[in-house]
Design a protein around this ligand. Structure first.
Ligand code: ADP
Ligand code: MG
Length: 579
């Protein structure tokens, strides 16, 4: 039998993923540049929404987003906000952890990339908010593993944006601030670019501030205008999500006009609501004020004056809001830079990072360093007078804005005579008292019973380039090293659990990729049917019948033709009659 030479192995694709609260996207580094990969609908943004349909098929993206309105009990969104927590989402018969929902989004992106590249994708750089803590980062890594993806690096979102922005700078030396306001998180980084070295000087943020909060304040205001009380909204998920959709549309409309009007079909009537720029600014004033603090802290930490910055780079969908730009312009006395695409920068930057890891020749002149955005340390007690201790104090081991990877040590002693165990509680944050910081986990170190103060324990924190923490403790008296793994929150998944859940997830039926454009039309029609009334609703109902008939014919040409027709007709129907 003739022996055939094996085909040369295709190079491993260099993939970057922006796993966002609202939208996710995937990019690849190819031929010396990063490019976004479109999904089965030809779109580069995939809404981070998961739904289970009547056939038990999992839907991810735009079609799932429509089902947020028609089938709120079978649809989950904004789950990135609770990554690593014990929160579970019930979709029909099954409960999902936030990691699992994220893994379904990642699986969908992975399939899109594989379809586009014609080869398997097994590894990726995934972006996380700079301010994500250890638990949230580990949860993101677990989500990737559940999707069969190895995380070659977690990259901080503003750092990824900085890489995307930095590569296009012609100047050899420049300093800029990255302002990243997404759907659920706000991150700020100060970056210096000098002869190909991209150096993050400081990172700060707020994990609970994003565009979603701005939509919420509008939704609350509109609920008032419509006379809807909290109890009714609480019990009616469809109404709540429809109100949210109206608020979201108005928020976006305020980007191009001074005021916005919209309608909600309520109790058999078409009711309108309105909001103008001024009212929005008043409603959002608390949120706008909260943008200031992380910016001020990043400036202080980097020891730079606003004048030393060459540009303010705005990314994240919510950075498009004029009220936000106005605040930023006021803070810096100049207009922000909008040269990078706010929705694309992070995935592109993550792909640049993937290429840096793969040591792609096109980037041989580029080097990147990042920092740890928060301080990490342990809980201690201090003796303030004989027999008087002050408990619950925070002792930082790695201080914020330390260049990563970093390894730092702290030395601690026992307090009490005969103490046989030290319970090392690990925290993240900047406050003097641990109760005001974020608890990450604890480790118990066994020690021989000696007099208080006689046992010395060396605690080493190693913080890697992905922002993941490892803690080691050595009892100096015995020389015994405790290779201890941080016991995360009870809610974090163990390795075994990841394996079990992965097997379970692999049994889920995913809606076929090829059929997504048709499914999208169906879910969109269903949503409009739920939203509209009267003759319009009837027409939508007829469109559904007609399109279902086309689908049943299994005639691909006819289906494609009718899909195009009905989509255009729906576009016209969706254009607000009031604007
Ligand atoms: P994430 O990174 O969290 O997925 P994105 O960067 O995609 O989020 O931003 C999503 C947020 O941006 C949402 O809150 C959305 O309402 C907001 N957004 C998107 N487009 C606009 C717009 N034109 N005007 C105002 N807000 C917008
Ligand atoms: Mg984002």
């Amino acid at each position: 039998m003739p022996v055939s030479a094996a085909a040369p192995a295709a190079p491993v694709p260099m993939i970057g993923i922006d796993l966002g609260t609202t939208n996710s996207s995937i990019a690849v580094w190819e031929g010396g540049q990063a490019r976004l990969i479109a999904n089965s609908l030809g779109e580069v943004l995939t809404p981070s929404v998961v739904s289970v349909d009547e056939a038990g098929h999992v839907l991810v993206g735009r079609a799932a987003e429509h089902r947020r309105i028609t089938h709120p009990h079978l649809t989950a969104a904004v789950f990135k906000r609770v990554m690593g927590s014990a929160k579970r989402f019930r979709l029909g018969p099954r409960e999902f952890a936030p990691e699992e929902l994220s893994s379904l989004v990642l699986t969908s992106l992975k399939h899109d990339a594989e379809a586009a590249l014609g080869q398997p994708v097994r590894e990726a750089v995934i972006s996380v908010p700079a301010y994500f803590n250890d638990t949230q980062r580990k949860a993101t890594k677990n989500a990737a593993e559940l999707a069969g993806l190895k995380v070659s690096r977690l990259i901080n979102e503003p750092t990824a944006a900085a890489l995307a922005f930095g590569l296009h700078q012609s100047r050899d030396e420049t300093r800029f601030l990255v302002f990243d306001l997404g759907g659920g998180t706000f991150d700020v980084s100060i970056v210096e670019l000098f002869e190909g070295v991209v150096e993050v000087k400081a990172s700060t943020g707020d994990n609970y501030l994003g565009g979603e909060d701005f939509t919420q304040v509008i939704a609350q205001d509109m609920a008032q205008q419509f006379g809807l009380d909290a109890a009714r909204l609480e019990s009616d998920g469809t109404l709540r999500n429809r109100l949210h959709a109206v608020a979201e549309r108005c928020k976006q409309a305020l980007g191009t006009g001074k005021s916005a009007t919209d309608q909600l079909h309520l109790d058999g009537q078409e009711r309108s609501c309105a909001i103008d720029e001024e009212r929005f600014e008043t409603l959002a004033s608390d949120l706008l004020a909260r943008l200031r603090k992380p910016i001020e802290r990043a400036m202080r930490d980097s020891r730079l004056k606003p004048a030393a910055l060459d540009s303010i780079v705005m990314v994240g969908g919510a950075s498009r809001m004029p009220v936000v730009r106005k605040i930023v312009a006021r803070m810096f006395g100049r207009f922000p830079d909008t040269s990078v695409h706010p929705d694309h920068a992070i995935a592109l930057g993550a792909a640049v990072q993937a290429a840096l890891i793969a040591q792609d020749a096109a980037l041989s002149e580029v080097l990147m360093t990042d920092v740890c955005p928060y301080s990490l340390g342990v809980e201690v007690s201090e003796t303030i007078a004989p027999n008087q201790n002050l408990d619950g104090l925070f002792s930082p081991i790695i201080e914020r804005n330390t260049v990563v990877p970093a390894s730092r040590m702290g030395l601690y002693h026992t307090m009490h005579d005969g103490q046989t165990e030290i319970d090392l509680k690990v925290y993240q944050g900047e406050q003097r008292f641990v109760k005001d910081n974020v608890y990450l986990g604890s480790l118990k170190v066994k020690v021989p019973p000696l007099k208080g103060g006689e046992i010395n324990v060396e605690v080493r924190f190693s913080y890697d380039v992905s922002g993941l923490l490892e803690v080691d403790a050595t009892v100096l008296n015995t020389g015994k090293k405790h290779s201890l793994t941080l016991l995360g929150h009870a809610s974090a998944m163990s390795e075994e659990e990841v394996a079990t859940r992965r097997a379970e997830l692999s049994r889920l039926k995913i809606h076929p990729r090829d059929d997504m454009p048709n499914k999208l039309v169906l879910t969109r029609i269903e949503r409009l049917y739920a939203e509209l009334s009267g003759p319009e609703r009837e027409a939508v109902g007829q469109a559904l019948t007609q399109f279902t008939m086309a689908l049943n014919s299994q005639d691909t040409e006819r289906i494609a033709r009718e899909r195009k027709q009905v989509s255009q007709w729906l576009d016209g129907l969706e254009a607000s009659p009031l604007n």
